[in-house]
Design a protein. Structure first.
Length: 94
């Protein structure tokens, strides 16, 4: 059976699961804290932490669902929020 790994990347948590082509959830939802600038002093460290979380989640789901052919990846994430409103990325760094 073909399926996709789906990520929901938020400011507080990253969640991941496996859905088939009929949009049926086939896994528990994995949930990890989202790396952020408060945790890491440099952009490089933040990017590496983010990659590590996604890599580990992918490996966990691939191992758990060996009977499925994971063919696609879906990712959703919001933009930066300040005072309840989405802001442009250049405003985010101030």
């Amino acid at each position: 059976m073909k399926a996709s790994i789906v990520f929901d990347i938020g400011g507080t948590f990253i969640r991941a699961g496996v859905y088939d082509n009929e949009e049926i959830l086939h896994s528990i939802i994995l949930k990890e804290m989202s790396p952020n600038f408060k945790m890491y002093s440099s952009s490089a460290d933040l990017l590496n932490a983010f990659r590590k979380v996604l890599y580990n989640m992918c490996n966990t789901l691939e191992e758990q669902y060996k009977n499925m052919v994971l063919t696609d990846v879906g990712i959703s994430f919001p933009g930066p929020i300040k005072d309840g409103k989405q802001i442009r990325s250049e405003e985010h760094t101030s």
